[in-house]
Design a protein around this ligand. Structure first.
Ligand code: ATP
Length: 455
């Protein structure tokens, strides 16, 4: 993991947040190539689940949202995270993480008192100081995960709103708006891609767990009398698996499904499974899939006092749809593809990213930077390829160094314009990132060549 973090910083994927001022815990900034990679993943998600499907529509809801939404969702009440503090060093950590990391026990669903007992019985040591051998913990307490926003100039409860803790609520509160303003018919999904904010205080592994992160969530609504939820659940598992393995090109052996146990599953969910990825720090949740019944819509009906049913056009019957929710963190997908693509070879480090997501698809170099004719010809090739692809230009240092640099940012092909190009055959050297093999290709054939290679 340290090597991936070092490469990320060195090559401009991720930088620590507010670094100039000493950093801000659990925040990160994405650099030039990181921003491209993130955008590619995000665009593929939207393309796959919104543009390529005729049963899903997308929305883009506000980040600042009414406090009642979060009461209805349970975020500001019972679902807040259970936290514990070390009395010795004042280190604060999520109790479930402390227990899971120390003794490998999954405690989702247990009460704060039950977690306090487990910590005491197992003498769990503070991971931040050696003084607390399990005897200097506070009781486990619930902690509000949401960031409050004070609106207007008057302090007080009325002006209180929250930065959203998940994108999902945007789909539920706009359910009626979407069904009233579009032509959707059950079963259908509402998707959203955007930032969410959680007051996470357990130190994360790079961008795995951050205060501010991007989610891609879909609420897939259906009539449980007409649609078999178990079949639908399997269809979603397949769609998620294919997105990760085929679209993002991640190795199947690093993925697994894990079904939530009865204790860990929310009381309203009939089935929850996590697609987990083998990160360098172990198998961890990447993408959750939950059958949430009609819990969310009925909660919002109750709290808003407004009816959220829709009418079946054939029977005129009112239906409160049930929902299956696939929820993924785009930044976790980002960290996964970096980890999955990272390869150390004898003489180089390579990011074997799928060309679909690589920040640059091609890099173009003139063999020498001080030969005007070479630069001119290379510039022409570069400008031409840029019409269709993200192309990098590099004329610094020698060719060997340029290859190493492009390998580290995952550029699948490098094109070099040399003296043979000018004097002999109007061909260029194309070097393949993964094999390091080179071949000569005529400039006139380059577009067709890349059309074949970069599908
Ligand atoms: P975890 O148990 O890891 O905290 P969660 O079960 O609370 O995750 P969900 O509420 O189901 O997560 O959110 C859906 C997805 O959003 C997760 O699968 C994960 O990919 C992503 N996610 C959740 N919290 C964070 C975070 N703090 N930073 C980055 N991504 C996150």
């Amino acid at each position: 993991m340290d090597k991936i973090v070092a490469l990320s910083k060195r090559r401009g994927f991720i930088y620590p947040g507010s670094e100039l001022y000493g950093g801000l815990a659990n925040t990160y900034d994405y650099g030039p190539v990181g921003a491209e990679l993130l955008r590619n993943i995000r665009n593929l998600w939207w393309d796959t689940f919104v543009h390529k499907r005729d049963d899903i529509v997308g929305i883009d809801a506000s980040l600042i949202s009414h406090q009642e939404i979060w009461k209805a969702s349970g975020h500001t009440a019972g679902f807040a995270d259970a936290m514990i503090d070390c009395k010795n060093c004042k280190f604060r950590i999520r109790a479930d993480h402390l227990i899971e990391n120390a003794i490998g026990k999954n405690v989702e669903g247990l009460s704060p008192a039950e977690m306090s007992s487990i910590i005491k019985e197992n003498n769990i040591v503070c991971p931040n100081c050696s003084e607390n051998k399990g005897d200097k913990w506070t009781q486990v307490r619930k902690f509000n995960l949401l960031f409050p926003v004070q609106m207007g100039i008057v302090e007080g409860d009325q002006g209180l709103a929250y930065l959203r803790g998940e994108t999902a609520q945007g789909m539920f509160v706009n359910f009626k708006n979407v069904t009233d303003s579009t032509r959707v018919r059950l079963p259908f999904g509402i998707a959203q891609l955007g930032k969410s904010f959680r007051n996470e205080i357990t130190p994360g592994n790079s961008v795995f767990r951050t205060l501010e992160f991007e989610q891609g969530e879909i609420e897939y609504f259906f009539d449980p009398k007409k649609t078999d939820w178990e079949k639908l659940f399997e269809e979603w598992k397949k769609a998620m698996w294919e997105f990760v393995t085929e679209t993002l090109g991640v190795k199947k052996e690093n993925l697994r499904w894990r079904e939530h146990t009865d204790e860990e599953r929310s009381f309203y969910s009939k089935r929850t499974e996590d697609l987990e990825y083998k990160f360098p720090f172990g198998f961890k949740e990447l993408w959750g899939l939950a059958y949430r019944t009609d819990y969310d819509l009925s909660q919002h009906q109750k709290h808003s006092g407004k009816e959220l049913t829709i009418v079946d056009p054939h029977t005129n019957e009112k239906i409160l749809p049930h929902v299956i929710e696939p929820a993924v963190g785009i930044n976790r997908l980002f960290l996964m593809v970096l980890a999955d693509a990272y390869v150390e070879e004898e003489k180089r480090t390579v990011l074997k990213l799928d060309p679909k997501i690589a920040p640059y698809k091609i890099a173009v170099f003139p063999l020498l930077a001080n030969k005007e004719e070479l630069v001119k010809r290379a510039r022409g090739v570069y400008e031409d390829l840029r019409q269709n692809y993200m192309v990098a230009w590099d004329d610094r240092g020698n060719i060997g160094k340029r290859y190493l640099y492009q390998d580290e940012i995952g550029t699948p092909y490098c094109v070099t314009i040399d003296f043979d190009t000018l004097e002999k055959d109007d061909s260029v050297t194309v070097r393949n990132r993964d094999t390091a093999q080179q071949e000569r290709v005529k400039i006139a054939d380059l577009k067709d060549y890349f059309k074949m290679k970069l599908v």
